[in-house]
Design a protein around this ligand. Structure first.
Ligand code: M6R
Length: 365
């Protein structure tokens, strides 16, 4: 049942090229994004004042990525709210808001309650769900399925990757309706999106290097993930994945925020995982790496192939991933972080598929 692997988590990490391909391919026809059975019209999308994304845990992190992507490509305000907060914050939501809820299980109690609250306030709801026929899928006005297949491990991997892909597709479709994405850029993103599964495969093939880094760092008691923009959103996911299954304390920080407090926690040998996937922000990341190095940190950098050499000048170790369109980098950058968490937890002898105190589907408040 684990496909010959020791853990479901590893099996699911390895299934990502297929899961992403299965989620993507039925929605791209002749180079255009098509969602069958989706009732959102051009008039409706144009009338939207804002988009809210509501979710928990890793699904919330997908929302964090989507905020950067949608605001950049759609020029509409996007707010990402934790479902457990949304319910009790008297949210500003009405007919002019679209509420996107993201959930692998489709049964998360807080997300379901937030969906009901959004509907009660008159918003249209669009659910991105993995489990067909789940409560959230049934109650939302529209549903788009991630075709990840059953996810068993508590720590999500393939569901996260497929959710991300759906959010890219929604953005492209809305961008086309709104006219905010230039045709050449639209074509470039679609073309690159179709190359994501094979690029994920490439990263998975080179996993020994990540396993090696895990063997160096698995004894650290505290790990920091730093990055800017989309890299910051990926840091949040990398940090959650690590603490969830390896029980190592970790934090995700927007790299520019370090000097406002967190840098005081950096001491000799603290591991800082530095994400540097944005060409235009690369120099800023180099400065942040120098700041933490000067306080004794050990830096594991992650960047696209083009910048690997430059990053090696400042970081102790570097993971290089294939290049892609800048906004699609999260789909690739998250993979080494999943593998890193997995191998660290393996080295520490943790119960990877069923981490202590956690359930796969959180159906209580
Ligand atoms: O099923 P959902 O996507 O609604 O679940 C939300 C979170 O409970 C979930 O993403 C959780 O954070 C994962 N265990 C993270 O790996």
């Amino acid at each position: 049942e684990k496909g010959g692997y020791e853990h479901f988590m590893f099996k699911e990490i390895m299934e990502q090229p297929k899961a992403v391909r299965d989620t993507l391919s039925p929605r791209i026809k002749n180079g255009r994004v098509v969602f069958e059975n989706l009732s959102l019209t051009e008039e409706y999308v144009r009338s939207l004042n804002r988009i809210l994304i509501v979710a928990c845990g890793s699904s919330y992190h997908v929302g964090m990525n989507a905020k950067y992507i949608m605001e950049k490509l759609l020029r509409k305000p996007v707010e990402v709210v934790l479902a457990s907060e949304f319910r009790y914050c008297d949210p500003i939501v009405d007919e002019s808001s679209l509420v996107i809820v993201i959930s692998q299980s489709g049964e998360t109690a807080d997300t379901l309650a937030a969906l009901r609250e959004a509907k009660r306030r008159g918003a249209r709801t669009l659910a991105v769900v993995n489990v067909v026929g789940s409560s959230i899928a049934k109650e939302a006005n529209d549903v788009i399925y991630t075709w990840a297949g059953p996810e068993i491990a508590v720590a999500t991997t393939k569901a996260y990757s497929t959710q991300l892909v759906i959010l890219y597709l929604i953005t492209l479709r809305f961008g086309e309706l709104l006219g905010t994405i230039a045709p050449e850029e639209y074509d470039a993103i679609v073309a690159e999106l179709q190359r994501i599964p094979s690029k994920i495969e490439e990263i998975l093939e080179h996993r020994e290097k990540i396993q090696y880094y895990a063997s160096i760092y698995f004894n650290n008691s505290s790990i920091f993930f730093i990055g800017r923009n989309l890299d910051y959103a990926i840091c949040m996911e990398g940090s959650l994945k690590l603490k969830e299954i390896s029980y190592i304390h970790s934090e995700a920080y927007a790299a520019g925020e370090l000097k406002h407090g967190t840098i005081s926690l950096i001491e000799d040998g603290t591991l800082v995982v530095a994400m540097a996937n944005h060409g235009r922000l690369f120099d800023k990341m180099v400065s942040n790496i120098k700041e933490v190095k000067a306080r004794g940190a050990d830096v594991l950098g992650l960047t696209g192939a083009k910048h690997a050499r430059a990053l090696e000048q400042v970081a102790d170790n570097v993971i290089s991933i294939p290049e892609t369109h800048e906004i699609l980098m999260p789909s690739l950058a998250v993979i080494p972080l999943q593998l890193f968490s997995y191998y660290v937890a393996l080295q520490r002898g943790c119960d990877i598929d069923k981490p202590r105190n956690l359930a796969k589907s959180v159906t209580v408040e």
